[in-house]
Design a protein around this ligand. Structure first.
Ligand SMILES: Cc1ncc(COP(=O)(O)O)c(C=O)c1O
Length: 462
């Protein structure tokens, strides 16, 4: 192991990092990023990396965009803070809410601003509970999400999340949060089952869960159009059509978590458009501001807004809100980001680049270490397996995905490894055709090195 730089040593002594084995991290230390431009980030030695994950699925317009920087600086000079509590307001929040209403894929009435995807999803849960109290059905409160879903880490959002690492020893999920089957055909379809049949089975499973629990106890269903942090899982054909029919049958409110899929990732403005479903409400974050500043929102339909009116009139207040929700500087940056998305036709650009991206991704299916390479638009997942024929995974403690991430870093490429040794790809939407080729060339070399390592070390399959 190379001696840790001074900055790395200081990091280890001062920070608690999310999503790492905190014990082994004390030996490995951090990768410290110092600056960035376009789709490249640079470490403290000046080494460039293609940011193959757009940060954390968020820097859609890449780095160093002067228009976004200027929008932030101008707003900070004019009005550095104002809030939306108790009837106060400011024009960036009003304008941004108007813009979101205009571009929303479903009719929405109002926008509630928060600072993160987790806060947006926590807000969704609270609004649905409020709704059912307004509708005088206080027993209809359970929320269903899916195994392997990722909806955040605050207590309700983490309860929605369907990943064991977000629950274990945090005493989660809370009661009343249920998880139905994960729509991953490669892993969970039965032998010979078509995508449509698999979707039908998942819909039947959801139906049975709601019936078992009692449809008068189930308030909402939440889903990412394409699951991100669970391993980039594209649902089987007809999945949402069938799932939406079950939600409608039981009067279950449907929430689309567009925190990753919103703003062009799948080649359409919103993921639900691409997957062909019409949710009641939508969570947005991340690319809303291209991650130049934190901002998130809940898109609220008229019927839900009417319930908020009723309840707040009864109680005397709407008791929910975040100090920085709709922060004027974040809102000004988000407005500028949407202006750029529209002017530069960024969502069409993502749609045009998608066939090349998906074709290069698809060729990885031929690699001996890859069980399935999958994706949609400009998002992809590469699932590493110990045995292609049986789809056997490596043991998690063998750390094959993490090793591959390190090999990719050595090649000058940043990817992530999520549960099940799935390498995830989600480059900035401003990536060029030649940069896509470069990204996959680097990834292929990293996979070759990972294969050499697995072979050399005789990493036994699980
Ligand atoms: C689909 C989805 N929802 C919610 C979240 C949580 O967002 P945040 O980390 O901003 O709280 C994420 C984060 O990756 C996400 O991918």
């Amino acid at each position: 192991m190379s001696p840790l730089s001074n900055l790395a040593a200081r990091d280890i002594e001062t920070l608690v990092h999310p999503y790492i084995n905190l014990a082994s991290f004390r030996d490995s230390g951090p990768l410290i990023i110092e600056r960035a431009q376009g789709i490249y980030v640079y470490d403290t030695d000046g080494k460039p990396y293609i940011e193959g994950m757009a940060g954390l699925w968020c820097t859609a317009l890449g780095y160093g965009n002067a228009e976004l920087v200027d929008a932030a600086a101008a707003q900070m000079r004019k009005l550095s803070f104002a809030h939306l509590f108790s009837g106060r307001s400011h024009d960036p929040a009003i304008e941004l809410a108007e813009k979101l209403k205009e571009i929303a894929p479903v009719p929405i009435s109002k926008v509630f601003f928060c600072n993160s995807g987790s806060e947006a999803n926590d807000t969704q849960v609270k609004l649905v509970w409020y709704l059912n109290n307004a509708l005088e059905r206080p027993g209809k409160k359970k929320i269903i999400s899916r195994m392997k879903a990722y909806h955040g880490v605050t207590i309700a959002a983490a309860s929605l999340t369907g990943l064991p690492g977000n629950h274990r020893d945090f005493d989660l999920p809370l009661p009343g949060f249920l998880h139905t089957g994960c729509p991953h055909h490669y892993r969970f379809a039965q032998e010979g089952e078509s995508e449509e049949d698999f979707a039908g089975r998942l819909a039947a499973e959801l139906d049975a869960l709601i019936v078992n629990e009692g449809s008068d106890t189930v308030a909402a269903f939440i889903a990412e159009p394409v699951m991100g942090a669970g391993g980039v899982i594209v649902p089987p054909r007809t999945y949402f059509e069938k799932i939406m029919a079950i939600c409608a049958k039981h009067d279950v409110f449907m929430i689309s978590d567009e925190v990753i899929c919103g703003f062009g990732r799948l080649g359409s403005a919103f993921g639900c458009e691409k997957l062909g479903f019409v949710p009641h409400s939508i969570s947005v974050a991340k690319a809303l501001s291209s991650a130049y500043l934190p901002i998130a929102g809940v898109m609220i339909p008229e019927a839900l807004y009417q319930a908020l009116l009723t309840e707040s009139e009864k109680i005397g207040t709407f008791g929910h809100g975040f100090t920085y929700g709709g922060h004027p500087v974040s809102a000004a940056v988000a407005l500028k980001a949407i202006e750029i998305y529209t002017r530069e036709r960024i969502f069409d650009r993502a749609a045009k680049l998608a066939p090349q991206f998906q074709a290069r991704l698809g060729t990885l299916n031929g690699h001996p270490l890859v069980g399935e390479a999958r994706g949609l638009g400009l998002i992809g997942g590469v699932e590493l397996v110990a045995d292609k024929a049986s789809k056997r995974s490596f043991l998690s403690q063998q750390g094959v995905g993490q090793r591959a991430v390190k090999f990719a870093e050595a090649e000058g490429l940043i990817v992530r490894s999520v549960i099940g040794d799935v390498l995830t790809l989600c480059p900035p939407l401003v990536i060029s055709e030649s940069e896509i080729d470069e990204l996959f060339d680097r990834l292929t070399r990293a996979l070759d090195k990972a294969l050499d390592w697995v072979t050399r070390e005789r990493i036994a399959p699980s």
